[in-house]
Design a binder for this molecule. Structure first.
Ligand code: ADP
Ligand code: MG
Length: 695
């Protein structure tokens, strides 16, 4: 072995790999490959089987062939369109054929007569000739190991400028020099029980597999490795939170909570009661609550949140409720204030646009404890806000934010009970593993009397008929939403489309109705006014961009029309639909779209098929893949290199079991056999600290 092999691949720059100079290193940096380790953990996206040579003489045009040939002659031509075409006459055991390269300026001088090379590419048989448009080739020089052809070859994720051939060559060189300096860090027993390939071998096989089956085994090892480290991180995180006792405690449940429940006008559903019990038990514990409350749109999470806050209030402590947007914070504030001020509870809204003076006065009241419940956005816990005795923090719809927030609060020595609420439907099958650091409560049933929302699909041309239907509903005393998408890239255009539609409706189908427009560019006070009027029933139809997405609660609204529904994700569509059907009576959701893609069609189909957010989440994952799902990304999962939490859910589960067992047995990984694992985990934590703060 060379000296190089003694060095640590984690600390060795790619430019120290044979053949990689500073310029190449720069190109690799574009793929975020800086060290030898980065390069070796840059796994193939797929493989091409070039182990069997396929002769051009047996195949049809358009097929991919791989052949070993010898150059007879070659020539280079430039076309008027500045295309360089290099053409070689080649021979193989079966006869003569042609190989063609486009814009490969350096190739001509390599194609000396007599040179032997592997060629793979697309076959074009015409005029009795066999011509291969070369996709990949490898010149055989003496005893060199063939890596580009004549075997199963790796295909890497790449960007322009970094060719497959280059990557393959570099990875191969790096492997030869360094693979033996990798030592297995997974515990022996785990490897045996799970039947996982050992690290150095897996590195070789994942890049240059001897067979397809070995490639799969190698990949399985790395998938497990990723999931296992992820689960170890969660298990440790959880343990760290549970280690510090909180500084506050609560008395027995009393007056205030009972009064609030008595004033609700409905009784809690069984699911709500169960969840409240779980929360109260957490609050009684000496360690901070660390709980995720999952519940579909309209399942009644707000009541649960209020009860949690009241537990703090009745013990002379404070609570904070945070929403993702100002509009939602305002709405939470209004509803909290409406139900709590009669009980003598002081609720305040701390909003971004507040005049300095007003803000200062409010901060003063928070600091002295005069205000018990503070509602706001993320800004609430940042900067200059000082609480007298903050005991409960509730975060609506922002999981990742919640996790960070907890970390930064703990740094300040505050250990509140944390409840994160989400309708972002991480499929139930996954929540345990994805939210491995949190306890989970699920409200799994809607309040009684809700009818499923009737869901229809219409082509855009049918919209006028839809609006006539809307007008009829309004005539019957109901209200409606018309939602147009607003995407950041084309915000201006979209906004104009919404304004145009509003004009059209006011002058057309909805002439007799009170129609209002709501969009994100409006002033806060304007938005507030419109929402107020809609809530109060002074506006019949709200034409809106997606600002109403989450949390808006107007029980009398019975119709949701979504224009260009193909531009929304499934989770969003479901959220929007959840805005109607909150009161009695039949509600309707009309999805209008041009179905330009298969995905769009499948989303609409799923919406018609189900009202269950968790089912839809599962579908969403299937349709789009987990990397794309907003909810999953928000959940704070790292981006995996190879793992796919849906496809690999069995591995995920066993990785979790191993991680939990290990951490409960040896939380610091002190045993000698875990030494390498501990080092690996420390590095993993550092690399993924943007997802989770590790205390
Ligand atoms: P979400 O979980 O989406 O935040 P909300 O808390 O906004 O749902 O509740 C949706 C609606 O259901 C509200 O109008 C609320 O008053 C009502 N609600 C909540 N719990 C019950 C219940 N147990 N029985 C009847 N209605 C309920
Ligand atoms: Mg809500």
């Amino acid at each position: 072995m060379s000296n190089m092999a003694a060095k640590n691949p984690l600390e060795t720059q790619v430019k120290d790999v044979k053949m990689i100079g500073p310029r190449r290193a720069e190109q690799l940096a574009r793929l975020k490959l800086y060290t030898v380790h980065d390069l070796l953990y840059h796994f193939p996206r797929e493989y091409m089987d070039r182990s069997q040579l396929i002769s051009p003489f047996d195949r049809h045009s358009g097929e991919i062939v791989t052949v070993l040939g010898k150059v007879i002659s070659s020539q280079e031509n430039k076309t008027r369109k500045k295309l360089t075409i290099t053409k070689a006459v080649m021979e193989c055991t079966r006869g003569v054929f042609y190989a063609v390269w486009f814009n490969q300026f350096h190739i001509k001088k390599l194609l000396k007569p007599g040179t032997r090379l592997y060629i793979s590419g697309k076959l074009n048989n015409s005029f009795g000739n066999h011509e291969i448009q070369v996709q990949d080739y490898e010149i055989i020089t003496g005893d060199s190991d063939s890596i580009h052809a004549g075997r199963i070859v790796p295909v890497y994720p790449s960007t322009s400028g970094v060719s497959q051939r280059m990557l393959r060559t570099f990875v191969h060189a790096a492997l030869e020099q360094w693979y033996l300096s990798y030592r297995e860090f997974l515990p022996r027993r785990l490897l045996d029980k799970e039947g996982l390939m050992v690290l150095p071998e897996a590195l070789k096989q994942v890049h240059f597999p001897d067979t397809r089956a070995l490639a799969e085994q190698a990949r399985r090892r790395f998938i497990f490795e990723e999931l296992f480290l992820f689960q170890l991180q969660l298990a440790l995180l959880r343990r760290n939170i549970m280690r510090v006792k909180k500084k506050h405690s609560y008395g027995v449940i009393s007056e205030l909570i009972n009064k609030y429940i008595a004033g609700l006008g409905f009784s809690l559903t069984a699911a709500q009661s169960r969840v409240v019990d779980e929360i109260m038990t957490d609050m009684d514990s000496p360690y901070p609550m660390n709980r995720l409350l999952q519940g579909d749109v309209g399942s009644g999470k707000t009541v649960v949140a209020v009860l949690t806050l009241l537990r703090a209030v009745e013990n002379g402590l404070q609570g904070a409720l945070m929403a993702p947007t100002e509009v939602l914070a305002e709405q939470h504030y209004l509803s909290l204030n409406r139900s709590l001020s009669p009980l003598g509870v002081q609720v305040a809204l701390l909003s971004g646009g507040m005049p300095v003076k007003e803000r200062r006065a409010l901060l003063e009241q928070i600091a002295t404890g005069k205000i018990s419940i503070i509602v706001g956005t993320q800004a609430l816990l940042q900067g200059d806000v000082e609480f007298k005795k903050l005991a409960v923090v509730i975060i609506d719809e922002q999981h990742r934010f919640g996790v960070r927030q907890r970390a930064s609060l703990q740094e300040k020595g505050v250990y509140p009970d944390l409840l994160i609420m989400t309708a972002t439907p991480i499929p139930r099958t996954l929540s345990m593993t994805v939210y491995g650091d949190l306890d989970i409560s699920v409200i799994d049933a809607l309040p009684p009397g809700r009818q499923p929302v009737r869901t229809y699909y219409v082509a855009p041309g049918e919209l006028p008929r839809v609006f006539i239907f809307v007008a009829r509903q309004v005539a019957e005393g109901r209200q409606a939403y018309v939602v147009c998408p607003l995407v950041e890239e084309s915000e201006k255009l979209d906004l104009q489309a919404a304004v145009d539609l509003y004009q059209q409706l006011v002058e057309g189908e909805l002439r007799g109705c009170r129609v209002a427009l709501l969009h994100g560019r409006m002033k806060r006070s304007e938005k507030e006014l419109v929402m107020q009027q809609f809530r109060a029933g002074q506006v019949d139809v709200l034409v809106s961009t997606t600002v109403i997405e989450v949390g808006v609660d107007v029980p009398n609204a019975s119709v949701m029309v979504i224009v260009d529904a193909d531009r929304f994700g499934l989770a969003q569509l479901h959220q929007l639909r959840g805005r109607v059907g909150r009161g009695g009576g039949q509600a309707h959701c009309i999805l209008s779209a041009r179905l330009r893609s298969r995905e769009a069609a499948e989303r609409i189909k799923a919406m018609k098929a189900s009202q269950d957010g968790f089912y839809l989440a599962e579908k969403d994952l299937q349709i789009r893949g987990p990397g794309d799902m907003a909810g999953v990304r928000q959940s704070g999962m790292p981006e995996f290199r190879l793992a796919n939490i849906i496809r690999d859910r069995d591995l995920l589960r066993s990785a979790r079991r191993w991680a939990m067992a290990l951490i409960s047995k040896d939380p610091e990984l002190r045993a000698g056999e875990y030494h390498l694992l501990r080092l690996t985990l420390e590095r993993y934590n550092k690399e993924n600290s943007n997802f989770y703060h590790i205390g």
